[in-house]
Design a protein around this ligand. Structure first.
Ligand code: TXA
Ligand code: MG
Length: 338
């Protein structure tokens, strides 16, 4: 990858200009970088799917800069069934929470929602994202700025490595590091988490000041946002899950699982004796782990043939860790549970 100095980034004003003229822009948010387009440009929305090679059945999140923008996006905004969602919005916006609302078909196209009746909306807190959305004046549709099924980028340079010709704003490294939590709170008695994130079920219950609410984790089911192979890094990743394994133990389990068929498929068997195996060391604090994990996977891919993570089931057991595990299990080519 080029060093940062040789990469060409754009500033917020140039991004606003490009977005207004229906171009795509790599946009920093606090979770991951987005591939942004104005929501009312069919041309730009179509380009998102083409550039990412993303199937049209996978809907997009709309990003807003103030709550006023939400009113046009959802059906019958004053409907009392929105009260739980709005309570969550008030508590967690701006931030890494995406909420589902019944969509207003007058403003929200089927291209955005993949023909579904609901629209996913988020207000990011990254100041550059907020500034750009505000200045464009309409919500921005933005999936993560990576080719379909690949790891989301958490720096501007990573976006460029995927899409060299894309106009990208360099807004620094993403503070959260994994994608937003997606929540369906239309039915307050059955709140569903469609994609776990660093805002956890516990945080949600606390915000609503209830203890007995049913929170369903819908993210293991098939459907949008829950595909099995996702977040794949450039090199094969093995996830070794065990209790307090040493690095040597984990590596031994990995080697035991390196079948000939796998090696042949990945054209690694000829070089077996010089196979470069990297351990990706996780930060012991889940917030820092999430912040760094995608960049670590990218960097480790640069100088390895395959990578492994030694996942300590004894200590990585909070909900925040579970959200990280959700991403790693999908990123991993093989998940070895000891
Ligand atoms: O943190 C994030 O959410 C990042 C930043 C850029 O905001 N965006 C992001 O977008 O992760 P994307 O497209 O990579 O992932 C959004 C997921 C998709 O898997 C999509 O299926 C799901 O959200 N989604 C979008 N609209 C939905 C809807 N109406 N119902 C259910 N799932 C939806
Ligand atoms: Mg994505």
């Amino acid at each position: 990858m080029d060093s940062k100095d040789t990469l060409d980034f754009i500033d917020s004003d140039q991004a606003v200009h490009a977005l207004k003229h229906e171009e795509l822009v790599g946009l920093p948010t606090e979770t991951v970088y987005g591939l942004a387009a104005r929501m009312d440009s069919e041309k730009a929305l179509t380009q998102i799917f083409e550039l990412k090679q993303r199937p049209l059945y996978d809907p997009l999140i709309l990003h807003i800069s103030d709550i006023e923008m939400l009113k046009d996006l959802v059906l019958d905004f004053d409907n009392s069934t929105y009260s739980t969602s709005l309570q969550l919005a008030e508590k967690f916006w701006p931030g890494g929470l995406t909420l589902l609302f019944p969509k207003n078909p007058k403003y929200v196209s089927d291209l955005i929602t993949a023909d579904m009746d609901t629209v996913a909306v988020r207000m990011p807190y990254h100041p550059v994202a907020l500034d750009v959305i505000r200045k464009v004046g309409v919500p921005l549709a933005a999936p993560s700025a990576n080719p379909f099924k690949k790891t989301s980028p958490t720096t501007a340079a990573l976006v460029k490595s995927y899409f060299p010709d894309l106009k990208v704003i360099d807004g620094g490294s993403c503070e959260v590091g994994i994608e937003s939590t997606i929540v369906d709170a239309k039915d307050k008695n059955k709140i569903r988490i469609l994609r776990p994130g660093m805002i956890t079920a516990e945080d949600i219950l606390k915000a609503l000041e209830v203890s007995s609410l049913k929170v369903t984790h819908a993210f293991d089911q098939q459907g949008p946002g829950s595909m099995k192979e996702h977040y794949q890094p450039q090199k094969p990743l093995f996830l070794i899950q065990g209790s307090n394994l040493s690095s040597e133990d984990a590596k031994r389990h990995l080697q035991k699982n390196l079948e000939i068929s796998f090696l042949q498929k990945h054209k690694l068997n000829e070089r077996l004796h010089v196979l470069r195996i990297n351990e990706v060391h996780l930060d012991s604090n889940p917030l820092l782990c999430a912040r760094h994990i995608y960049r670590q996977l990218f960097e480790s891919s640069q100088n390895s043939d395959l990578m492994f993570i030694n996942w300590n089931t004894a200590t990585y057991n909070s909900l925040a860790w579970q959200s990280i595990l959700n991403r790693l299990e999908k990123a991993a080519l093989k998940n070895i549970v000891i």
